[in-house]
Design a protein around this ligand. Sequence first.
Ligand code: 3HC
Length: 312
Amino acid sequence: MTPEERFEAILAADEKVEPRDWMPDAYRKTLIRQIAQHAHSEVIGQQPEGNWITRAPSLRRKAILVAKVQDEAGHGLYLYSAAETLGISRDELQDLLHAGKQKYSSIFNYPTLSWADMGAIGWLVDGAAITNQVMLTRTSYGPYARAMIRICKEESFHQRQGYEIMLTLANGSAEQKAMAQDALDRWWWPSLMMFGPPDAESTHTEQSVKWKIKRETNDQLRQRFVDATVPQAHFLGLTVPDPDLHWDEDSGHWRFGPIDWDEFWEVVKGNGPCNKERLAHKVQAWEDGAWVRDAARAHAAKHADDPMEVSA
Ligand code: 3HC
């Protein structure tokens, strides 16, 4: 069996491609691209929520938000570890992100203007992320699929705590309910954009589905998210900001209005409300943390021969 035949046989049997296995260069390249984007998103995604840790309305809410933001850092580390198995270093990935040569999710380039945004992000953004990530637990690359299993367990807590914030506000004073509605108005459409461009305009979907990196398409996952989330909005007594939204009995789906893809591509190109701020903050944090990495490497080098020392 040639390496190519073995690769195809693994996919056909719905088994996992492992780091030791031969894989097409293009498969490796697109996995590095996607896993890096995923990891960068987890790390940069801490910024919008981090802004509200010191302004949480109670100690309980602060503790929950701190735990969530810490989780996201850990998700980034799992995913950088998965990307490293493909032969690229964490430092290279940081350099590519900082140089604008790798992306992170468009959603994190929007500002968080009120405490209700913490609810909308948990409910909608983490809800969209879960929809995508549950599918990725079945992705063909082993380390990526296994990272998703751990991440999805923690993401479910993220989504629930966000929905609880929205429920509290929606059942609160008129001002609190208005805050929740305002957050839904601002985060609804950018959350739908998280799933990527329409399948017909997607650069990678067709090949990624053939390689079983993606098990469902952008549009399929977007529709699943809308179908799950609209009833939740109705339970909150909030209005989804889409005048075209309606239930289609024949298809059994919530049909939604047109997405502003011009806005999406502007944000992806770096012209969103917070792109420059997010990347500048990320670069500054990386530079500020250089001394920690240097100290850890020096310690590891000094104790390299010491069997009791675990390398950094
Ligand atoms: N933000 C930024 N860029 C996006 C994007 C988005 N939401 N959606 C698509 N793009 C980019 C793609 O990267 C690609 O550009 P590239 O060739 O330069 O990489 C281009 O638009 C065409 O899009 P495709 O649909 O062809 O690209 P993909 O096949 O990669 O699909 C994706 C896009 C569905 C986002 C896929 O990359 C994916 O599943 N990524 C992993 C999951 C992920 O990143 N989730 C979001 C962030 S994680 C998160 O939300 C954390 C949570 O804890 C809050």
